[in-house]
Structure formats: structure tokens, C-alpha cells
Ligand binder design. Sequence first.
Ligand code: UDP
Length: 339
Amino acid sequence: MPASPSPRKTSPKPTSAPRRRSPAKPVSVITGGAGFLGSHLVDVLLARGHRVVVIDNLITGSTDNIQHLAGNPDFRFIKQDVTEYLYLDGPVDFVWHFASPASPIDYLELPIQTLKVGSLGTHKALGLALTKGARFLITSTSEVYGDPLVHPQTESYWGNVNPIGPRGCYDESKRFAEALTMAYHREHGVDTRIVRIFNTYGPRMRLEDGRVVPAFVSQALRNKPITVFGDGTQTRSFCFASDLIEGIYRLMMCKDASASNPCNIGNPHELTMLQFAEEIIRATGSKSRIVHKPLPQDDPKQRRPDITRARQILQWEPQIPLSEGLVPTIAYFRSRIGA
Ligand code: UDP
């Protein structure tokens, strides 16, 4: 007599078969996920199969940057200041701490919030990572190098920062955030990453955030004078947002033994601000002329990332030249201005 088949083997018609549970999706928490860079990371992580929780108090971020995700079952938005205790149910695999004012105008207007999010906010985000056993990444900045005396800037350079100048609130908050991150790594064994972000541009930058890209592009689109600060010989190196996010993603996922050490991510193509103004006039076909305004205090004279480390441990380097990245950036600002 044939052995009676187990219920599992008997019947299942394809239609009635129990659904096999898909492996759990990784859960990412992104502080500042409604901001310029945070919201681009949200899109990339959702596309790569993560569930994403954004925590943002919207003081410089905007729901405009995430509204296209409304109704997505893998996306959740919590409006909260990350300097307050962070409580979340369920597992968390990655904490990406992006929250901070990031433009000189913003952090001049919000110096205390800037210091608080880098200190208290980083503490809360690290605490969340520790509690959940999650990997943690802090978005630090090239500003930790201050007005650099080493050029290009390597991660081993300790910087030249004026702690009490107008930019000190940002520079020191990020330097503190790096120190706290390393303390949690060493003391609690949290798996941590520190990315030092250089100047970045792309769609979703705030039109009025005062940074040079929105300033020059909006002036050019309105055929208004382009305001170059100082004599315009100071340099910056601009990375397109998608290149930057790819570099940050790879750093978070990197298993290299040295991955917890800081890593520069940026584009080494360096321009003076005068050259940049001319590039924006060309790319927009503007009739604007260049005018000079006083150079803000402590404005770094030169900035260019040395990305040897990112090349080595992440096999990463930027792919998008300025002329290409400006196309969607200008289109975005054009749509915001209605020009
Ligand atoms: N800048 C300028 N005109 C502007 C805004 C900025 O010439 O309307 C200069 C600024 O002095 C700095 C550079 O552009 O040398 C980049 O400034 P941004 O505020 O974008 O960021 P930073 O790199 O200084 O943090």
C-alpha cells in the first residue's frame, strides 16, 4: 500500500500553493532623508530593495523631495528632530545619518541647530545603531579640513579650522560627529563609516540655499548679475549627486578592514569660481555678467578631494563630468523658477 502522501506533497496546484516568504528586505533609517542628498539616497535604496524609514524635521529638507514616494509600502516618513530620542520598532540594518544644515547661509542662520544635530543628533543616531546592531554611516564634510594648507586634501590631513569663526558651528559639529562615531566604534564595536563629502550639486538643491550652484544657476536663468565672492580665484570641485550617492552606498556596503576610517567622496575636477561662473553662463545661454561681492570670512581658498582611498577600497570614481551633470540640474532649477 503506498504510503499516504504528506499534505505538502499531495495537492498543491500552482494557484493554491502557499506563498513562499521572500527573504526579509534590509531596513535603512535615513536621518535628513527629505533633504537634497538624503532624498536621492532614499530613491537608490528603495530601488535596491531596502525598506526605508526617513526621519527629518524639515528645517532645511522638504516633503517635495519625497512626495513621489507616498503610498510606497516600503517607505515611511517620520517628522522628528533627530536630536531627540529615536525610537523605532523592529529591526534596523543600516543607519545613514545625513541630517544637518549644509549650506553656509543655513548654518549661519541655524548655528545652534547645526551644532546640536552634529553632536546630540549623531549621539541619538549612533544609539539607534547600537541598540539595533545596525551599521552606521555619518555624512561628514570637506569642511573638516577648514581652509586647507594641504592640497589636494587627503584623509590623513587634520585640517585648518577656525573653531570660533562663522563656519565653526558646522566644521566643529562634523569634527565632533566624527570623533563620536570613532568612540562608538572603538568602545561599543559599532560597525561605522565616515564619508567626507566635497561640494555636490544636482536636482533638489534648494533654490535659495545660498550655495554657489543654486546661486549662479538661478542668477543666470534670470539674466541677473552673477555674484562672484572675492576675486573668484578660490577653487571648488563639484560632484554630481548620483556619483556621490553611489560612492556613499559602496562605502556603507564595503567590508574592507579599513572601512571605518574616513573616506573622501567627491570629484577631483577643480575650478576657480570665476571659471565656474563662466561655465554656468555658457550652459544656460545666459546674458548675465559677472559682478564681485566681498569674500565671506574664512571662505576656504582651495578645495579638491584626493580620492585615492575611494578608488582603492570602493573601486569608485565619479562618472559624470560637470557639463553633463549641469543639464538636469539647470532643468530642475528652470522648473522651480518657471524660467
Ligand atoms: N560663492 C560665490 N558666490 C555666491 C555663492 C558662493 O562666489 O553667490 C563662492 C563662495 O565664496 C565659495 C564658493 O563659491 O568660495 C562655494 O561656496 P558654497 O557656499 O557653495 O559652499 P562652500 O564650498 O564654501 O561650503
